[in-house]
Design a protein around this ligand. Structure first.
Ligand code: WT7
Length: 583
């Protein structure tokens, strides 16, 4: 733990949305947060109304909502009114295809404008939106579409051909595939652009009950298929207030969230919270590039920037001169999420940008930011910060009847949150048991290990499971293992995360071969190629090592933990259940 504290200056503190954290905590109520939004009669609401159309009613329809930067660098602005009309068209288009309230609309798209209008239009129509990451291969896509019972898919011709076509007929609930490019004359694909042009511009937004499902976000566990976390319309109450308090968003902000909507950060804070707070949001279609990113920050005069540790570490490597040679004077708040942010990176940013990255913590399951460093609060580099007003966080340990709180400062235990905030997941789709296991004595158990210091700051310690975090993306070892098991040469496989300076962790697989197969470079590359084809580059292992056997428990479970300890030269821990071992 680094003792250095980055103090906030009074002139900064005064101008923030939350000048006094302790006062906000003491006075906070979720009902007051609810009252910040628009609502329909009878306690109904709709996320898309709160995000877009509410601003039209308030006379702000002409403000730029979305500035899209294409890969080639060209820009396109969409006002709140534009997004209102386009999402209306999309909602009407769904109706014209016979799509009803509650149906599931999936996207498999890069960061293009259609993704944003589809998300908003889906919500307006009372349907459930499920964004998928465009770097997924057919396996993760198929399991997500199967579990959620996808009714409509919006994608491109290329992504469809490469990743969906082969299993299209295995999905009986999938009614329509809309592609944003081409005429779609073959294979029953429909042309989204033509349908949008033909659709009506007015739409009566569905008034939804607070508990109606709005979004489905998949996340990975240690075992089994991905889990579909269900989020409801009322989640917008948390998106809005956390955007305001944790990201300090205001209507005159130029805000850039670098996350892809295929992951929840890119939806909660890359669509909903920025729009409910009325900002101008930057979306860059291209992938990470140091010079491009600094150019966007400077040219677009970004004021609030929300990004992730892997990118920050890459910027750090590229050096401070690149920052100092540009005019970034309009930047006033920078935040980070998704993986541990090293204290060095926080100190580097404070020295280089004149303000630190503010680390915050949350999960797919929590729907929104739960623990954060705030614009008005001193930063302890390496700490995730303090709980959001309205959120009670604790460190707990298992006890005879459930869990009990560890109150001793710096005691390590599982990070838990008192259940009941608006953006909390309402279930894992079709997996009640897995969902129930997340709760004990009214606490939601995060699966992360953490500690709290005597000033109330929380510190991330590690995950309590085998799930891998690579470049901010959660990867379930079981999904990767299953894909490798399909290969004819593979007898056994175990997948772990290996620490990596830039990506946090990278995926590594240990493989035992079937008789008749010989380890070697050709086979290694073949296995990596197979995994990339099945899983996509975001999920596939970067490295594969061959073993004669893998360490297993007496019950036959492969001990990933032991493989990892050996790989890293760490103590092997309790190996009393070890039955067979590697050779
Ligand atoms: C897991 C959740 C972040 C929301 C979108 C990703 C890790 C998240 C931090 C942080 C250390 C972090 C945790 C968590 N994580 N933020 N500030 N410091 N670790 O959500 O994909 O569901 O991942 O990301 O392990 O449980 P997700």
């Amino acid at each position: 733990m680094i003792n250095k504290i980055i103090h906030k200056q009074l002139n900064v503190i005064r101008q923030t949305n939350m000048p006094d954290y302790d006062r906000e905590v003491a006075g906070f109520s979720w009902d007051a947060a609810r009252a910040l939004l628009g609502w329909f009669p009878d306690g109904k609401l709709n996320i898309a109304y709160e995000a877009i159309d509410r601003h039209l009613q308030n006379g702000n329809g002409g403000n730029v909502a979305l500035r899209w930067i294409a890969k080639d660098g060209s820009r396109k602005d969409f006002t709140y009114r534009d997004l209102s009309e386009m999402s209306n068209r999309f909602a009407n288009l769904l109706r014209s295809l016979g799509i009803k309230k509650g149906d599931r609309i999936y996207s498999l798209l890069g960061r293009v404008p259609e993704l944003y209008t589809a998300a908003l239009g889906t919500l307006k129509a009372g349907c459930v939106f499920c964004p998928m990451f465009s770097a997924f291969g057919p396996e993760p896509i198929k399991s997500r579409m199967e579990i959620g019972g996808a009714n409509v898919l919006i994608t491109t011709r290329k992504l469809y051909k490469r990743n969906v076509e082969a299993f299209r007929n295995d999905l009986p609930e999938l009614k329509e595939i809309l592609i944003i490019d081409g005429d779609g004359s073959d294979g029953g694909l429909r042309n989204l652009t033509a349908l949008m042009a033909a659709a009506e511009e007015d739409f009566r937004i569905e008034a939804m009950a607070p508990e109606d499902t709005a979004l489905l976000h998949f996340t990975s566990g240690t075992t089994g298929k991905p889990k579909g976390a269900v989020h409801v319309h009322e989640a917008v109450v948390a998106h809005h207030i956390t955007g305001r308090i944790a990201l300090d968003l205001r209507p005159d902000d130029i805000y850039w969230c670098t996350a892809d909507p295929g992951w929840i950060t890119g939806t909660s804070y890359g669509i909903i919270a920025p729009f409910t707070n009325g900002v101008t949001m930057i979306v860059d279609e291209a992938e990470f590039d140091v010079n491009r990113w600094y150019q966007i920050l400077a040219e677009e005069r970004v004021t609030v920037w929300y990004t992730a540790p892997t990118a920050i570490r890459m910027l750090m490597k590229a050096g401070s001169d690149l920052v100092k040679s540009r005019d970034l004077s309009h930047l006033r708040f920078m935040a980070s999420v998704g993986e541990p942010l090293n204290p060095e990176a926080v100190i580097w940013s404070a020295d280089t940008f004149g303000m630190p990255f503010h680390d915050n913590w949350w999960q797919t399951e929590t729907g929104g930011i739960m623990i954060a460093n705030y614009a008005s609060v001193d930063v302890k580099p390496g700490s995730m910060g303090k709980p959001l007003p309205g959120i009670r966080a604790a460190i707990v340990e298992k006890s005879d009847n459930g869990v009990r709180e560890i109150t001793k400062p710096l005691g390590i235990g599982e990070l838990a949150l008192q259940a009941g905030w608006p953006s909390m997941m309402r279930g894992y789709l079709h997996e009640d048991e897995r969902y129930r296991k997340c709760f004990s004595n009214g606490w939601y158990l995060s699966g992360d290990l953490a500690m709290r210091d005597s000033d109330g700051y929380f510190w991330f310690v590690g995950r309590s499971d085998d799930v891998i975090k690579s470049a901010g993306h959660l990867i379930g070892p079981f999904e990767v293992e299953s894909a490798l098991m399909e290969h004819a040469a593979v007898a056994e496989v175990a997948v772990i995360g290996i620490p990596d300076e830039t990506a946090g962790e990278i995926v590594k697989a240990f493989v035992a071969l079937k008789p008749g197969y010989v380890p070697g470079e050709d086979l290694r590359l073949d296995l990596i190629g197979h995994a990339r084809k099945r899983l996509g580059p975001a999920v596939a292992p970067k490295d594969i090592a061959f073993r004669k056997n893998l360490p297993k428990t007496r019950s036959g479970k492969i001990m990933r933990r032991l493989l990892k300890a050996r790989e890293l030269g760490l103590p092997e821990g309790d190996i009393s259940t070890l039955e067979s071992d590697e050779q």
